[in-house]
Design a protein around this ligand. Sequence first.
Ligand code: ATR
Length: 288
Amino acid sequence: MSNPVAIHTLSGISRLAGVMGWPVSHSKSPRLQGYWLAKYGVDGSYMPLPVAPENFAASVRALRDLGFAGVNVTIPFKQAVFTVCDELSDRAKRIGAVNTVTFSADGKILGDNTDGFGFIENLRQSVPDIDFSSGPAVILGAGGASRAVIVALLDENCPQIRLTNRTAKRAHNLADEIGDDRITVVNGPIGDADLCDASLLVNTTSLGMVGQPALEIDLAGLAQNTIVTDIVYAPLKTDLLLQAEARGNQVVDGLGMLLHQARPGFHKWFGIDPVVTSALREFVLSPV
Ligand code: ATR
């Protein structure tokens, strides 16, 4: 008799990975990585791993000792994991946080940060002819996500970053820490002079997210060819994107950044560079 239920089994040599967070129940990573595992028929598993902060360092080492291939690390561990890693990628050092850990064959804990990669790849997939070196980028916000976005844009030869933040001091500190003279901190709200020749406008704050205050910005002075993107993906079309779209600007939502940042981990742990498709987008957004 045929079995109508799809059976997922592991073998004795399955590759294991997961996401460590506290809490971790909100994470979309198990669903995302699980989709690719099924799609590519991988003998492996990706698990949610809730870990209390006091157990974090010991748990990372325990996963290595248990033979895991690696883990994603999310809030609140993206910085704490730094000290647990034996080696850090150049971009993880510059971003100041780790989101992807791989255990090497000789037991080393290797830390990487793929958030900036996800940001760039999302824009490349949505706007294939995008040229990050074509003009200034305006960045709203100076938190962890902002840092990943700025480092990635600088690596793509962006000629100028105009950075603004509610707490100006934090923007100045971030600019000093990254230490690249292409970063200019804009004190106070972004104005027409900052927007009129921008190639890219990015919201890296939590404003506009479900349950958060609205992002207030006047786009009247924005150039017509400025690409506008938001790292917020709930809602998919934030007010910023709706406003920009209504003016005729090209917009890119933030879901793709989440999906693309997961690719390097999947590749390292399971051996396949997975594809981000519209079917994956729908699957990740659909209720469990
Ligand atoms: P993440 O690591 O996700 O970037 P974060 O480090 O908490 O998160 O940064 C959140 C960003 O959203 C910051 O730029 C923050 O501004 P402040 O540095 O002034 O706190 C910004 N942000 C959050 N709530 C805000 C609000 N109500 N108004 C303006 N900016 C806000």
